[in-house]
Design a protein around this ligand. Sequence first.
Ligand code: F6R
Length: 255
Amino acid sequence: MAEVIIVADEEQAGALGAEAVAALVAWKPDAVLGVATGSTPLPVYRALAARSLDLSRVSAFALDEYVGLPLDAPQSYHSVIAREVTEPLGLDPARVHVPGEGPLEEAGEAYERDLRDAGGVDLQILGIGTDGHIGFNEPGSSLASLTRIKTLTEQTRRDNARFFRSLEEVPIHCITQGLGTILRARHLLLLAFGEGKADALAAAVEGPVSARVPGSVIQLHPRVTVLVDDRAASRLEYADYYRYAYANKPSWQPL
Ligand code: F6R
């Protein structure tokens, strides 16, 4: 079962997430981070930036990218990762990877190759969509899927329209690491905040493992940490147990 930590607010989640990255980099200065975009991981990036760690040898792999946007559009994940991760954290741009470069039909396999060549992801930061997606693996995605082109659901396009001038501008297609790709990471750190994520989070953490809720694939992974605020945790049946387990967490156990 995932370790579920119910935090007071996004700031506390950010601090814990940053602590996990700092601990990793302390013993592995050339660690490979899996980075998500969207609003959810921002508190982690902010807390990490405030620690001024030397992350110059760290590599980073983004989860996904829109298809059909110029790579330098402000909403492209190439731009978002540069703005919110590479620059503030002081990463070497040559070590930061975002899928979707080169010929599209080869981009999935090329990204899988790059991930393998880098030695795989040590710590994967994840958010979850209101429809249960992780990465852009929408409901129905194969639990064994690898990096490939997907079609976004209308719900995801509506959720992400806040970053565009209109819903029509939100691309219909994307390239995303698969659920099988994400499962290869050594440690998954899933964050969720707010009432709007409560159903998806409960289904992912406590529901049946099913392609209907792609986030439920985390239940197949041996090392998962879930950081949630009270509102996102509000539909978790075992919330009391998670609080009890965290309050009694042995001091020798890492996050
Ligand atoms: C982004 C990603 C998505 C988001 C999810 C939640 O790279 O892979 O799975 O994590 O759509 O988005 P926010 O955090 O904006 O609610």
